[in-house]
Design a binder for this molecule. Structure first.
Ligand code: ADP
Ligand code: MG
Length: 318
């Protein structure tokens, strides 16, 4: 039986590049760069709630860190350090090896150091805290949207929710549509670089973890302002739009787990933002505008408001 300490040494200890002291002591030591504020965020993944217990451990490891990096992107912060608290039902080393491979694949790609954590026995539960750096007063907050701002989103929406609906047996996807939606669900790609490029351009930003309607709703509430968006303008993967006949609208408007960025920016920044999208080879789409008042109105192709029964995924609502 492998001890907790051997597991930590073998699987969770890697050299850190940006920390003064990483895994192995009672605490890690970090120093922010001059003029930077530290952005901190935690996201927990619970087996059975956020992923299927039998999901591929590599994907779980990737996603556990990716969703946290997404929060840094949404703040315009450079992700730097992370801690990992994990409860494991047993010391299944094959599972742990694959999980840490997924986690460190993501950490390597986005240059995040794992600097500490906690390892304990219990129902499978993974909690990551991430620390990033952003220049003083340049963070992209939810409360900065202004009347007249364009509303933008990155990537395509509804894909991860379509993948989940497929796994739940609610819809049956095939071929490209199936592959794309499962990739979106299992291996979200946080828009870290976009978040950095939006400093000084966007007035407000959020990452779409709980669905566009809910997350844009958070910007509107924090900024005390309203918005009109066009359903037709929301970017969707053509393969999915073509193959899902009922329920895709709900995936696009209310589906969680896309981890794209939704941001608002003044209209005179359209050209610069367009260039950023091209340089990053990332689809950036204008879907509507911020207006006076409050609440979100989504218009259909005939310019009629779409009524929204449920907005976003909320763990505590029935
Ligand atoms: P303590 O008992 O002092 O809290 P631990 O035995 O829990 O120390 O942890 C020893 C070291 O290993 C600490 O530096 C801690 O941050 C690190 N650590 C423990 N579990 C993990 C993990 N899952 N990922 C990364 N670091 C970990
Ligand atoms: Mg401890």
């Amino acid at each position: 039986m492998t001890s907790e300490f051997a597991l930590i040494r073998q699987y969770f200890t890697r050299p850190s590049t940006h920390a003064n002291l990483g895994v192995g002591d009672d605490a890690a030591l970090i120093s922010p760069s001059a003029g930077m504020e530290i952005a901190i965020s935690t996201d927990m993944l619970v087996a059975g709630t956020h992923f299927f217990t039998d999901a591929a451990p590599h994907d779980i490891g990737w996603k556990a860190l990716a969703v946290n990096i997404s929060d840094m992107a949404a703040m315009g912060a450079q992700p730097r350090w992370a801690t990992l608290a994990i409860a494991l039902p047993e010391a299944d080393e094959t599972w742990i090896a694959e999980f840490t491979k997924g986690f460190f694949d993501c950490a390597g790609k986005f240059e995040v150091d794992l600097i500490g954590g906690d390892t304990t026995r219990g129902p499978l539960n993974i909690s990551v805290t991430i620390f990033g750096e952003v220049p003083q007063d340049q963070a992209l907050r939810r409360d900065g949207a202004r009347i007249g701002d364009d509303i933008w989103v990155s990537g395509y929406l509804g894909s991860a929710a379509a993948g989940l609906a497929h796994l739940q047996g609610k819809i049956a996807l095939k071929n490209d549509a199936l592959q794309a939606s499962l990739d979106a669900l299992h291996r979200p790609m946080p828009r870290a670089e976009l978040g950095l490029r939006l400093r000084g351009l966007a007035h407000s930003a959020i990452d779409i973890s709980d669905g566009l309607a809910a997350d844009l709703g958070h910007i509107l509430q924090a900024s005390n302002i309203g918005a009109d968006i066009s359903y037709a303008a929301i970017p969707k993967l053509p393969a999915l739009e073509a193959s899902i006949h009922a329920g895709f609208e709900a995936c696009v408007l209310n589906g969680g787990d896309d981890y794209e960025l939704c941001f608002t920016a003044p209209q005179d920044k359209r050209g610069i933002i367009g260039n950023v999208g091209q340089e990053l080879n990332l689809n950036l789409t204008r879907i509507g505008n911020i207006r006076a008042g409050n609440g979100l109105t989504v218009y259909d192709a005939n310019n009629q408001p779409i009524s929204m029964r449920k907005s976003g995924y909320d763990h505590f609502s029935p």
